[in-house]
Design a protein around this ligand. Structure first.
Ligand code: ADP
Length: 428
């Protein structure tokens, strides 16, 4: 939609279009007014007045010297043919006979032929009509230039006025993408400034909620460790049997979950990362080949050379393995092999894991990186996940200053994209 009708997607564009439309309408109205109403009306009045004036002058018997003065003063040219003549104030004037013929055939011809009392004829000629329409034309060009400069000025003024909206849009997009510490700069003192403050307040509360949730998770995980150890000790003392076995499985599951939760916490803010230069392409290739035997298979598709990046090898290995294992875990019986690719785009190393599985519903795409989130809760019993894998992946990637995202494929399945800064600027 936005591509076909670019104005539909932009309030700013529409405002400018409305301004341009209004300016064009005003110009058309002013032009019509001048050319159809003012011009002919004014021209007609001047024509009649000049004719009367010419008759008066002729009655007084205008001589050549006075006629020249008149031509210099009022741009009325005079030709005289008769006794003591002929003379003319302009070589462009036609003969009086020719002028009379034109007057008969063209009633817009601004001239009059008046007989002189003592014999002879005068031809008075002027062209105020042309001058008036020229003046109106100049006026319209001036108006057009004025309107264009007003529209341009208004365009920049609106742009400045809407700047807070642009910044807010950017902020909302970043918050939506999971960037919780986004703060939008307040650039105005009006309602938009208040909106910016409200947004920053909301982002702060979301940040606090997520921090509290993480703290709660951490506290609960720590608190559960001792009772769990005690349960294991107590279990070991129980006589062997089915019940004991089932309890041991449950305790092991809880232990694994706590381990993942604590691991996730350890990675917060990049604390505990061992940053060293490694080849991301080699790591991805190794992890892909480790999973290539498991259905539906995995292929490393990049052929370019090494991609050196500074990262914590064990942590990044966990990310690639989690993504590959998810692709295998959720694969359908007829899924094609998962494709892993590495690329360097601008200043980032990009890892893509493209599967051919069931995909993820659009509404859940942003949530899959949240702890304990599972698209299909019943499926987790079969696949055995806690919904922590992707949240750990995000922790690791963000701790490296990178981003992780997921998008649906054209056909089936999803592609996870990990972007790591080639030069993370983190102190190892
Ligand atoms: P889990 O341990 O449940 O796999 P994750 O955090 O790794 O937890 O994934 C969260 C949820 O995202 C999964 O439960 C699953 O519903 C969905 N998911 C993750 N990867 C894929 C994938 N490749 N295809 C389809 N769904 C996926």
């Amino acid at each position: 939609m936005k591509g076909r009708f670019p104005l539909r997607g932009s309030v700013f564009g529409r405002l400018v279009a409305v301004m341009l439309g209004t300016a064009a309408c005003l110009l058309i109205i002013v032009s019509v007014f001048f050319f159809l109403a003012v011009g002919p009306g004014l021209g007609g009045s001047i024509h009649r007045l000049t004719k009367d004036y010419a008759r008066l002058l002729a009655a007084e018997g205008l001589d050549e010297a006075s006629a020249r003065k008149l031509a210099g003063r009022s741009q009325i040219d005079v030709r005289y043919e008769g006794p003591g003549g002929p003379w003319t104030t302009s070589r462009d004037l036609p003969s009086i006979d020719a002028a009379e013929a034109t007057l008969r055939s063209r009633n817009s011809y601004e001239a009059v032929v008046v007989p002189r009392a003592g014999g002879g004829r005068y031809l008075f000629s002027w062209d105020y009509g042309r001058r008036i329409s020229e003046a109106h034309g100049r006026l319209l060009w001036l108006l057009l230039a004025l309107v264009v400069s007003i529209v341009f000025t208004a365009h920049f003024a609106i742009r400045r006025l809407l700047e807070p909206l642009r910044l807010l849009h950017e902020g909302v997009t970043r918050l939506g993408a999971g960037e919780l510490d986004v703060v939008v700069r307040r650039t105005s003192q009006d309602e938009l400034g208040e909106l910016t403050d409200a947004f920053n307040g909301m982002a702060g509360r979301v940040r606090a909620m997520v921090r509290d949730r993480d703290q709660l998770l951490l506290d609960v995980s720590h608190e559960l460790r001792s009772p769990l150890t005690r349960m294991k000790v107590a279990l070991a003392m129980l006589p062997d049997g089915d019940k004991k076995l089932r309890m041991e499985v449950d305790v092991a599951e809880m232990e694994a979950m706590l381990k993942e939760l604590l691991e996730r916490e350890r990675l917060r803010d990049g604390r505990g990362l061992r940053l060293e230069p490694h080849d991301l392409a080699a790591l991805a290739r190794e992890e892909t080949s480790a999973l290539s035997e498991r259905a539906p298979g995995a292929r490393f598709t990049s052929t370019d050379g090494p991609v050196p990046v500074v990262f914590d090898e064990a942590a990044l290995r966990t990310v690639v393995r989690n993504l590959l294992e998810n692709a295998a875990k959720y694969a359908l019986p007829d899924s094609r092999a998962t494709e892993v690719a590495i690329a360097v785009e601008r200043n980032e190393a990009v890892l893509r894991v493209k599967d051919d599985g069931p995909g993820i519903p659009a509404a859940d795409l942003a949530s899959v990186f949240e702890p304990f989130f599972r698209v299909d809760r019943s499926r987790s019993r079969k696949t055995g996940g806690f919904g922590l894998g992707l949240s750990i992946c995000r922790r690791v990637v963000e701790a490296h200053g990178g981003t992780i995202s997921v998008a649906p494929n054209e056909g089936r399945g999803v592609t996870f994209t990990v972007r790591l800064p080639k030069d993370p600027g983190l102190s190892p």
